[in-house]
Design a protein around this ligand. Structure first.
Ligand code: NDP
Ligand code: 2IT
Length: 451
């Protein structure tokens, strides 16, 4: 048995059988870093892989709250503090019924390397709850957030662990969480990022992940000697924070984004997505995408259940550049086959691990430029770190300053990933480049900090 198989078997034994996404994330990183481990026995001597694949700490707690009908509800809350070799634990909170320990371990593990790639002093963590915000009143959201923070506040702090948003957690939830922390501790500190601007949030944090993903892709196209975004047809999945701002920046650079999706279906609008309508439906009204077609009858809506099993309608729309920006494993082998068939040029992961390993392999084999999540969507956490800096110094930076820093950060990450892949003889393989560059920095810090 080789080292990779041995490590995966060990991890499978010491974790739950439901931790599939965590094993998937670990396997991908281990495959990439094999040449680094072979060339540098110091990493084995310091048991870096074993230490890096074991979270420092995992919290699981009960969240009890009362709904609008005065029924008492019980959910489970989690925080995984994975690795703080480079800085305080940093990573989002996800509120979604699918959340379990395995999903948060996968997200926390990925976050270590992503945060390392930003070059900023932040470690990796993730948290959340199986609470479903859909259909809840503002008051119920507030009550759940308060109850969640009653427990979470014990584990976080500006130099300890700084959560932010993720699926189901935006500025509204962060506001309620912040308010409760302040009430419990009487302390006004930067313990969360993604806060509304009026109480310490950074300008550009809402836009950062989507804009950052587009900046990264622009740089990747340049490295490949390809034309920029002007007139390129782009497909985007998701209709949340990341997707909306990806679409916004694509328009700003002259591209034509033609799709968006939610958990119920796909919108294909060949003339280009109506962003104002989309924002109104998703940010204000919080309704299903199906409503888009009642207002804009030229768009085509495909329900999830009306598309053949195993694939997703959005990846069968002809495009130059694709941006999976909804959730994990939403781009499968069948989807990759369709993207190849339709001569897609690039795929950039706005979501975390949206492509399956088989899909990535096929896309790369067929020459599609592939930007992995931990590099392409690092703009969100980078601007979160800028928010931490602003909070620590009690200052507020301008929109232009943050946007410039975001763009520079994303272009620098792209360059570093590109050069690392080149250094290891894997030109253009951004998966290996990102994993190796992210790993080396954390591993070297762990060695320098001792056991
Ligand atoms: P939002 O909650 O704002 O939006 C999520 C979108 O994805 C919604 O349109 C939602 O549809 C859809 N979606 C969620 N789960 C599923 C599912 N199981 N199947 C199909 N569609 C689904 O989340 P974000 O935009 O913030 O996050 C999207 C992705 O980006 C996630 O992978 C997240 O981890 C990642 N990410 C987010 C960052 C951020 O700054 N927010 C930073 C880096 C990565 P519906 O409303 O119907 O559920
Ligand atoms: O996956 C991610 O990088 C996020 N959800 C953002 C994390 C953060 O701390 O801003």
């Amino acid at each position: 048995m080789n080292f990779l198989e041995e490590t995966i078997n060990r991890i499978k034994k010491s974790n739950c059988s439901t931790d599939g996404t965590f094993f998937q994330a670990v396997e991908e990183v281990l495959e990439s870093i094999q040449p680094v481990l072979d060339a540098n026995p110091i990493y084995a001597r310091h048991s870096i892989v074993k230490r890096l694949t074991t979270p420092d700490r995992e919290f699981k707690f009960k969240v009890v709250w009362m709904d609008d009908n005065q029924n008492i509800q019980v959910n489970t809350g989690y925080r995984v503090q994975f690795n703080n070799a480079l800085g305080p634990y940093k990573g989002g909170l996800r509120f979604h019924p699918s959340v379990n320990n395995g999903i948060l371990k996968f997200l926390g593990f990925e976050q270590i390397f992503k945060n390392s790639l930003t070059g900023l002093p932040i470690g990796g963590g993730k948290g959340g709850s199986d609470f479903d915000p859909k259909g809840k009143s503002d008051f119920e959201i507030m009550k759940f957030c308060s109850a969640f923070m009653t427990e979470l506040h014990k584990y976080i702090g500006p130099r300890i662990d700084v959560p932010a948003g993720d699926i189901g957690v935006g500025a509204r939830e962060i506001g309620y969480l912040f308010g409760e922390y302040k009430k419990i501790t009487s302390s006004y500190e930067g313990i969360l990022t993604g806060k509304p601007f009026m109480f310490g949030g950074s300008l550009m944090r809402p836009e950062a992940t989507g804009y950052g993903c587009v900046y990264f892709t622009d740089e990747m196209l340049k490295f490949a000697g390809l034309a920029d975004f002007k007139d390129r047809v782009c497909t985007v999945s998701g209709a949340g924070n990341v997707a909306l701002h990806t679409i916004e920046k694509l328009y700003a650079l002259g591209a034509k984004p033609v799709s968006c999706t939610d958990s119920k279906g796909t919108i294909y609008d060949p003339r280009g997505v109506d962003l104002e309508l989309l924002k109104d439906l998703k940010l204000n009204k919080r309704v299903s995408l199906e409503e888009y077609c009642t207002i804009n009858s030229d768009a085509i809506y495909t329900k999830v259940e009306d598309y053949p099993e195993g694939g997703h309608a959005v990846w069968n729309i002809p495009c130059d550049c694709a941006f999976p920006s909804a959730t994990q494993n939403e781009l499968t082998l069948i989807d990759a086959q369709n993207l190849v068939k339709n001569a897609c040029v690039s795929v950039s992961e706005g979501a975390n691990m949206p492509s399956t390993p088989e899909a990535i392999h096929l896309m790369q084999k067929n020459g599609i430029l592939f930007a992995p999540a931990k590099a392409a969507n690092a703009g969100g956490v980078a601007v979160s770190e800028f928010e931490m800096s602003q909070n620590a110094s009690m200052s507020k930076w301008t929109y232009e300053k943050v946007d410039k820093m975001l763009e520079e950060t994303m272009r620098a990450i792209c360059k570093r990933v590109h050069l690392t892949a080149e250094e290891y003889g894997m030109d253009g393989n951004y998966v290996h480049g990102a994993n190796i560059a992210g790993f080396k920095k954390v591993a070297d810090a762990m060695i320098a900090e001792g056991i």
